[in-house]
Design a protein around this ligand. Structure first.
Ligand code: PEP
Length: 252
């Protein structure tokens, strides 16, 4: 069966020392009060090698927020999937809307990143989602279908390793959350696309996370939906109280 996952995306926040302190505090809180879901923290590259060994791997997974679309070589400033994996990280966020919008990530670069991540045994958290104008024009289904199609070249076995994150761009960092009904509707649609391509078993086993202003006050209602398997959390992942509040949404 698919996993429930709460993944934090720290984005470009926290110095190394602050990040280590945050990871330690979260680790202590979750070791003392074990989560009922998988928990992942995706940190800036420079934190990975320090954060990986200080968290209890049975409770917290670690991931990067991006990786290069090339395996190695003369690509100044880039960090490869192999380098990410060598820190002990197990996950990598790919296709976040901020990467697509500000750094020009395309279908082609994302395909290469996903393949390199999988070759290096990293589990991609692949983000899809529409912008406000697309939602207002009722084009959200078309948009997510096109974004998802970019990973439909993968074999069923490889696709089965991917975690999907539906993140309506209009809800990211804005305080506007999709309603539980909006989230369920599009998550069910995304799962139906996976079923059409790879069959029901793969679709049933795919975790689809919701991301966009998720907080302790709305997490329970969002995660209660049958096709919402957890969350990708930005701002609220920077506070242990808030992040744990979201994780605890999976508790009775
Ligand atoms: C994100 O950036 O993935 C995200 C969901 O951000 P926030 O929770 O801050 O809206």
């Amino acid at each position: 069966m698919r996993k429930n996952i709460v993944a934090g995306n720290w984005k470009m926040n926290k110095t190394l020392q602050e990040g280590i302190a945050l990871a330690k505090e979260l680790n202590e809180a979750l070791v003392a009060d074990k989560p009922n879901c998988d928990v992942v923290i995706c940190t800036p590259f420079i934190h990975l090698a320090s954060v990986s060994p200080i968290v209890d791997a049975s409770v917290i997974g670690v991931g990067a927020e991006n990786c290069a679309d090339k395996a190695s070589g003369a690509y100044t400033g880039e960090v490869s999937a192999a380098m990410v994996a060598s820190t002990g990280a197990q996950y990598v966020i790919l296709g976040h809307s901020e990467r697509r919008e500000y750094y020009g990530e395309t279908v082609e670069t994302l395909k290469a990143k996903v393949e390199l991540a999988l070759e290096n045994k990293l589990l991609p958290i692949f983000c899809i989602g529409e912008v406000l104008a697309e939602r207002e024009a009722n084009k959200q289904n078309e948009v997510v279908a096109a974004q998802l199609a970019s990973v439909f070249d993968l074999s069923a076995e490889d696709f089965g390793k991917i975690v999907l994150a539906y993140e309506p761009v209009w809800a990211i960092g804005t305080g506007k959350t999709a309603t539980a009904e909006q989230a369920q509707e599009i998550h069910a649609y995304i799962r139906s696309l996976v079923a059409d391509k790879y069959g029901k078993e793969v679709a049933d086993n795919t975790s689809i996370l919701y991301g966009g202003s998720c907080k302790p006050s709305n997490a329970k209602e969002l995660f209660a939906n049958p096709d919402v398997d957890g969350g990708l959390i930005g701002g609220a992942a920077l506070s242990v109280a808030d992040f744990k509040g979201i994780i605890d949404a999976f508790k009775a």
